[in-house]
Design a protein around this ligand. Sequence first.
Ligand code: 5GP
Length: 191
Amino acid sequence: MIILEKKGRLIILSGPSGVGKGTIREQLFNNKELNLAYSISMTTRKPRVNEVNGVDYFFVSEKEFLRSIDNDELIEWAEFVGNYYGTPKYYVEELLKKGKNVVLEIEVQGATQVIASCKDVLSIFIVPPSMEELERRIRSRQTETEAVIKTRLAKAASEIDTADNYDYVVENTNVANAVLEISKIIKENTN
Ligand code: 5GP
């Protein structure tokens, strides 16, 4: 008897900084039916007050990050507003083998790399209802300096222009609705 191994699917959640990717992702994970696992990224950014190493990110030095690039240990990586961010390969491959649908919550340069190099990826782009609302959300986090907020907002407009590269575009006007819409997309596109 042949037992076919059930392999999980790689899922990209992308969109501009402040659009609500993190909140949406957390709520998607409450739905156990979706069989999701989160890919913990590596970053050189300093942890925010509530962030935990190995849970939110692997916080590393620039030297460690550059070593991971040299050793070909990352699926994708990008420099975003002065820091490096990347997806460790090993962990994602292990989770996919276990049959998990693995969520990469990443910015657009990294998402573009994965879409180009990985045929079977399911890509979802989240857009804000307006630029004014995006600015309000970034400011309400109160985690970044004014200079960083301005750079993230300036980047957002060009990031939104890449929406056509994705399989699905979801507007986050209301988190509960966006979560429902994305849950449906995932259910329809995974085993
Ligand atoms: P933050 O500093 O707000 O945590 O993240 C900044 C941006 O980097 C967000 O858009 C976030 O989704 C993205 N990001 C987080 N991890 C990764 C990663 O591994 N690769 C890439 N390309 N972007 C990431």
